[in-house]
Structures are given as C-alpha cells and as structure tokens.
Design a protein around this ligand. Structure first.
Ligand code: SAH
Ligand code: SF4
Ligand code: F3S
Length: 472
C-alpha cells in the first residue's frame, strides 16, 4: 500500500538516527530485523519499535540472515494481507531450523487478532505483541531468549509513545504519528479492534519533533492518523487544523503532508489552513468507499455522496490545483450492480489523481462480518477490474495534461531500479523520475542534492509516474 522511501539522510546527521554506532559499544550487541506490512501507521510504529530496541542496546540489520531477532509488523485489514504473513512465517521456519536460538515475533494488527493461535499453533513464533505494548518488547525478547514464549496484546486508552524517539534511518521524508486508534467503526473495518480507541498526542510535542527533524536534515513530514480530522489535544484545546498551522509556521520550509482524512469531519477550517500555507502540500487523500448513499450508510460512513462532493467543491475553491486520491471498496454485502455503476460514475465525475481499490473482505468482529458476504467472488473481481481500468485511464489523462509544465520536485534519492535517474515527488504527491545532471568537469551531480526542491519539466507521463528533466 505504501512505498518506503530509500535511505538517504544527510551524512552529518546520520548518527542521530542511525543505529550503526551501537554495535561498537558492545561487540556482542544482538541484531534486530524488522519487516513491515500494512499502512503508514505500521511503518511509523516499526520506527518506534526500533527506537525502543535501539535504546536497549540492539543493533539493526536489514538482512534477516544476520538477525538474532526477527519481528514482523503485520496488517489485518484484508484476508490477503493476513495470508501473506502466514506464508512469510512458513518461510521463516527455515531460518529457525538453521538457528535454534533465533527469536521470531509477530507485532501489529494481526497480533491483536491472532494471539494464542500464533504462538500455540505455529511453533515458530516466540512472541506476539500488539500495537500498544511495544514498551514491553525488550523484556519479552529477553525472556524469549531464556525459552519463555510471550504474548502481550492489551490495548491501551492512553499509550501514544510520546517519549520514544522513533529510529528513522530512511530518506528525507519522515512519518509522525499524531494519534492512535480509531473510533469510527466503519462496519467493514477491523482497525478499531486491532488498534483500539482513538487518542491524540500533545500538539507541542509534535511541533517540537518536526523542528528536530528539520535540524536533522528531513525535508518532508507526514502527520499520520486513521482519521486525522478528529485529532484533538484536550489540554491545549488544539484541533487538527490548529496543529497543521502550528507545524507549518514552526518549520516554514518543511513540506507537510497528512493522511488520512475522513469526509465526515473534513472541516472548512482545515481546508482554509491548507490553502493558507505554501508548505502544506496540496494533496488530499479522502476515501469515499462507494458512490451509493445506501451502501455508505450500511458501511456506517456517516456522510452522503452529496456531502462528499460539497467537501471537494470547497477544496477546489480554495486550492484549484489540489490533487485528490481515494479508497474504494467493491462488493460490500448487498451492493447491487446499479450501486456499483454509481461508484463508477462518481469516480468519472470527480476524476481522482489516484485511488486504492479493494474487494470487500469480511473481517471478524466487525458489524459487516454478521452480514452475508453475498457478492460472488467473480462479480467482485469484475467490479474491481472495471474501476481499476477506468481509474487508470483517468489518471493517465490527468498526468498527461502535465506534459510540458514545470513542477517543483523534492529530490528524494536515486531511482530504485535505475540509479542513473533521480526520483522525487511533487507537492501534489506525484512520483517523478528525472536523469542526473552531471557536471562534466567533476563528474558530480550538478546543482542540487537530495532534499533540494528542483524545477522539473515534465516530458512523459503514465497513470502512476511522471518523467522529466531539471530546468533552471
Ligand atoms: N482510516 C482510513 C483507512 C484505513 S484502511 C480511512 O478511514 O480512510 C484503508 C482502506 O482499506 C480503507 O479506506 C478501505 O477502503 C479499505 N478496507 C478497510 N477494510 C476493508 C475490508 N474489510 N475489505 C476491503 N477493504 C477494506
Ligand atoms: Fe477503519 Fe473507518 Fe477507522 Fe478508517 S475511519 S480506520 S475505515 S474504522
Ligand atoms: Fe493494516 Fe493495521 Fe494499518 S490493519 S492497514 S496495519 S492499522
């Protein structure tokens, strides 16, 4: 679902965040490998986990073969997300056979759902630890080394890991979790059960963290929450728009993004604040889920299609160039062909820059779990293919209209597949590839470095990627 940016923090600051010096303090330092699945919240949690373990003397490795402890930070959002983890665990069995003292732990949203099953039935798992119990990790890992299996899956009403410095070793772009949990209880969604009640971090700590990140060389932050619109710092009386404003003011050159918004409480104040600050990216991810009011109601989404469209009108009124993406579910129980066509029509009318599109997957504990999953698999598949095809066409058209324009691109690093190209992102979150400009005399990259914002003239475009060349 997400694309982890490539490691490239400015060298002089690396020691602040990188774990490499720990092993030298203790040659025998145990090595930790963390593999992350699911959403940005999980990616951000993995950095918290690494922060906790790092301050307990662990060194990090990006090779499971080198690790003394392997942790999988899992996702339970759809059945196929869980299947992936079961497959991975089967594979990790071989590692365990090779090394009896290897510790394998399951963290995150699946931990919350699977609990005993993972430890008892899958004898390769030593630890199962839910998203609110990461402080207990070092002690539980220690016990595991002594042969004791551990489960810690209690959800908390207060845990926000406020005092833990996440270990960020990647990129110039940082995630900051500003809240945890979700109280929305959309009828299809397992998140309120895997992550518990909604709670927000103190605003001043988020602003301070952003300042520290700027000083450490980061050039973009994404403020994260399942529903950032209901962020609320009770002590300070700060809502999400206030937080965004305070962050944008405190670090005026930092690019600031956020995700995810819920259409029900996407306020005028938030839209106006986004428009007011140049460093708040003009990009909104606003999941609509369906184009039918009846389905939206059955999903407990709390808004109508008309309300949603009215929010978009407001966004476009204040930020005409704002990019827009969404999430869609096809085949929710009882969804008719007519209702599916309404989703297709809505997507044509709105013309999203991008969309994450899913087949409905029943999740235990949710309200929809009790409904019959009555849309046949082949119908779901066909509906999914229809929206994907249409969306790709629309995104290609939108991106091709950018050919010839000059976009401001934050340079993120070398392309993963093609190191002769740089990759970066526009303010509107579009991925851009462009060739290195090298200075003939020195052979070095001319003019700009990772973390700079450069002008790129777009020369080619597909539904997902822009290609261009640096100008000026
Ligand atoms: N908090 C975010 C989304 C979290 S999950 C929000 O409310 O927008 C990301 C997306 O996964 C959801 O928007 C939804 O489209 C999809 N999703 C969640 N549960 C699902 C399920 N049971 N089956 C299929 N898709 C699901
Ligand atoms: Fe799930 Fe709805 Fe909460 Fe998003 S807002 S995490 S879809 S319950
Ligand atoms: Fe998955 Fe949990 Fe995120 S279920 S989508 S990792 S909140």
């Amino acid at each position: 679902m997400f694309d982890l940016p490539v490691l490239n923090a400015p060298a002089q600051e690396a020691s602040l965040y990188a774990p490499s010096d720990v092993a030298t303090q203790d040659q025998a330092a145990r090595k930790l490998y963390v593999e992350t699945y699911g959403c940005h919240m999980n990616a951000s949690d993995s950095e918290i986990v690494k922060g906790v373990m790092h301050s307990n003397g662990y060194a990090m490795t990006d090779k499971p073969d080198d690790a003394d402890v392997i942790l999988l930070n899992t996702c339970a959002i759809r059945d196929n997300a869980e299947k992936k983890i079961h497959e991975r665990l089967k594979h990790l069995k071989f590692y365990k056979r090779r090394r009896q003292d290897l510790i394998i732990g399951v963290l995150g949203c699946m931990a919350e759902r699977m609990r005993e099953e993972l430890v008892v039935q899958k004898n390769i798992v030593d630890l199962v630890i839910g998203p609110d119990e990461y402080r207990a990790l070092p002690a539980l890992v220690e016990k595991a080394f002594q042969g004791e299996k551990g489960i810690a899956v209690k959800l908390s009403r207060v845990e926000t890991y406020d005092d833990i410095e996440p270990l960020r070793t990647e990129g110039i772009s940082a995630w900051i979790s500003i809240m945890r949990g979700c109280d929305k209880f959309c009828t299809f969604c397992v998140v309120p059960f895997t992550r518990g009640r909604e709670r927000s971090r103190a605003a001043h700590l988020i602003v301070d963290e952003t300042k520290r990140l700027w000083d450490a060389g980061f050039r973009e932050v994404s403020l994260l929450g399942q529903n950032v619109n209901s962020y609320h710092d009770e002590t300070a009386g700060t809502d999400f728009a206030d937080l965004l404003r305070a962050t944008a003011r405190a670090v005026p050159e930092m690019r600031i993004r956020y995700t995810t918004s819920h259409p029900y409480d996407m306020s005028d104040k938030l839209i106006e604040t986004m428009a007011e600050f140049e460093n708040i990216c003009k990009y909104v991810h606003l999941p609509v889920q369906s184009g039918s009011d009846r389905v939206l109601q059955a999903m407990n989404r709390d808004y109508t299609v008309e309300h949603y469209k009215e929010r978009l009108r407001k966004i476009k009124e204040f930020m005409p160039d704002c990019a827009l993406t969404t999430d869609i579910i096809v085949g929710f129980p009882t969804e008719t062909e007519e209702e599916h066509v309404m989703t297709l029509e809505l997507m044509r009318e709105i013309r999203y820059d991008g969309a994450f599109m899913f087949k409905y997957s029943p999740r235990e504990l949710t309200k929809a779990w009790k409904m019959t999953d009555d849309v046949a698999e082949e119908v779901k598949m066909r509906r999914l293919n229809e929206i994907i095809e249409q969306q790709q066409r629309i995104a290609t058209e939108i991106n091709q209209a950018l050919v010839g324009t000059i976009e401001k691109v934050l340079v993120e690093g070398e392309g993963r597949r093609d190191a002769s190209k740089w990759k970066g992102r526009t303010d509107t979150n579009k991925f851009v590839m462009f060739p290195h400009l090298t200075d003939e005399a020195s052979g070095k990259t001319a003019g700009y470095v990772v973390g700079d914002i450069v002008n790129v003239r777009i020369t080619k475009a597909t539904s997902m990627t822009l290609v261009g060349e640096v100008v000026g």
